[in-house]
Design a protein around this ligand. Structure first.
Ligand SMILES: Cc1cc2nc3c(=O)[nH]c(=O)nc-3n(C[C@H](O)[C@H](O)[C@H](O)COP(=O)(O)O)c2cc1C
Ligand code: SF4
Ligand code: SF4
Length: 423
């Protein structure tokens, strides 16, 4: 981690600022809970780089029942980050971090990302935890209903039961919203709920939370999946200094399309007044704009900060300001949801009729396009690709297959919806 360095001063800018749950965020960017929000010097750097908030590493009360030295692996080509071994905070460590974070940062909003695993009856444990985090100085409580790497991982891998935390709890709208309501009643600071996409009910769980008046729902946590492994050496997992392959927590660019979908669902279920924090696979300012256009008010970033630290943010903020000026947006709210409104349902698409055409100058007769498995239109004649327009479905796969950019689509006009359906 760079300890010093020339981080450009980020002037506060009302066009990027917003208020969520009565708390002002200087811009939409929050360091997602994880290994880059675990130590004081990380918080100091994030504050200096202009991040609006940081969600501290998950803390357990009384203490984590699984906590291991971390083993991470970033699969650059595939675009995902995967891990299973991870260390978590004990609650008293979290409280000390909040206290020192408040003393040593100026503008950074601190989220206490918490889960209760003790034996206090009912919801008392959650409420007490939240009260203590508030007393230590947390600006926001973020209930962790998302971690797939503790009970959910154990249940899925071994079919065994353990304490119910994170993604195991987070699929149950009634339980999540009851905990959220109780915690909301116990503290004066805003309560956010970070939800899981596991179980496919994130929109419904979000709606249940909104109905209980939570300040903001957050997505997307890691997804459990199987990382690439060596088929010649099954005993050796993909991690360095760890033997076994596992169901791993996936993050990074690979999860962005699914994270965007989660945010769209949350926004649609919550309506325009709801507040949503969207996280998952954000690795550029354009990704962040897409996340906002899909319905996010705030944008969380974790894996990118693991790989590159914090000081890319000023460049992102500058680019977003330029993008806003180019497009006439005075505030982030002006482009929030724009993609949600545009997403058409499968039965309401406007399709253009057409066919594929080959540029014979560019075609070298390699024959790759002839191999398209669902196409009866292409044949190679005299070392050139020939396309029979009558057989062409206009699907456009050949355009993607051709390595020489020799194929393009020609349009013949808009198809009637009725004729689209028949195909
Ligand atoms: C190593 C690692 C540890 C994480 N730990 C936590 C955690 O303690 N609490 C939490 O809510 N999310 C945790 N996350 C999830 C991230 O905050 C984020 O939601 C997820 O990684 C997707 O965003 P990204 O693609 O920007 O990383 C962790 C992610 C990673 C990669
Ligand atoms: S893939 Fe492209 S270059 Fe190869 S035969 Fe088809 S059109 Fe020609
Ligand atoms: S557009 Fe589809 S159907 Fe038409 S030639 Fe290309 S691959 Fe074949």
């Amino acid at each position: 981690m760079k300890k010093s360095g020339k981080i450009p001063v980020v002037p506060d800018d009302e066009s990027l600022a917003m208020t969520v749950g009565g708390v002002r965020f200087r811009n939409p960017f929050v360091v997602g809970s994880g290994p880059t929000a675990k130590w004081l010097d990380q918080l100091v750097l994030a504050d200096r780089s202009g991040w609006a908030g940081a969600s501290l590493k998950l803390a357990f009360d009384p203490e984590p029942y699984i906590s291991l030295p971390p083993r991470y692996r970033f699969f650059r080509k595939e675009g995902y980050h995967a891990f299973t071994a991870e260390s978590r905070l004990k609650f008293d460590e979290c409280l000390r971090l909040i206290e020192s974070g408040r003393k040593n940062t100026k503008d950074l909003l601190l989220f206490a990302n918490i889960t209760y695993v003790g034996d206090k009856p009912g919801l008392q444990g959650w409420m007490d935890m939240a009260r203590k985090a508030e007393a230590a100085g947390a600006h926001i409580i973020e209930l962790n209903m998302c971690c797939p790497n503790m009970s959910f991982n154990v249940t899925l891998t071994e079919n065994a039961r353990t304490e119910q935390t994170g993604a195991s709890l987070g699929q149950n709208a009634a339980v999540v919203s009851a905990i959220a309501e109780a915690v909301k009643g116990a503290v004066g600071i805003p309560v956010f709920v970070k939800l899981t996409p596991e179980g496919g009910r994130i929109g419904d769980v979000a709606r249940a939370c909104f109905e209980k008046g939570v300040a903001c729902v957050c997505s997307t946590a890691n997804r459990l999946a199987v990382a690439d492994f060596d088929i010649e050496n099954l005993g050796q997992g993909p991690y360095r200094l760890q033997d076994e392959p596992t169901l791993a927590c996936f993050s990074g660019p690979w999860i962005k399309p699914m994270a965007l979908r989660d945010v769209v669902e949350m926004r649609r279920k919550g309506g325009p007044a709801a507040r949503v924090l969207g996280t998952g696979g954000i690795s550029s300012w354009q990704d962040a704009v897409q996340m906002i256009m899909c319905g996010a008010d705030l944008v969380g970033v974790c894996t990118e900060t693991m790989l590159h630290g914090f000081d890319f943010l000023p460049k992102w903020l500058k680019s977003i300001r330029e993008f806003m000026a180019r497009n006439g947006y005075a505030a982030v709210r002006d482009f929030r949801d724009l993609a949600v409104e545009r997403l058409a349902s499968a039965d309401r698409l406007t399709l253009h009729g057409g066919y594929a055409e080959v540029d014979l100058e560019k075609c070298n007769g390699c024959g790759l396009c002839e191999g398209v498995g669902h196409c009866r239109a292409i044949s190679i004649v005299d070392k050139k690709s020939r396309i029979d327009r009558a057989e062409c479905l206009a699907c456009s796969t050949c355009v993607d297959v051709c390595p020489r950019g020799a194929i393009s689509m020609k349009e013949t006009g808009i198809l009637e919806r009725k004729s689209c359906k028949k195909n």
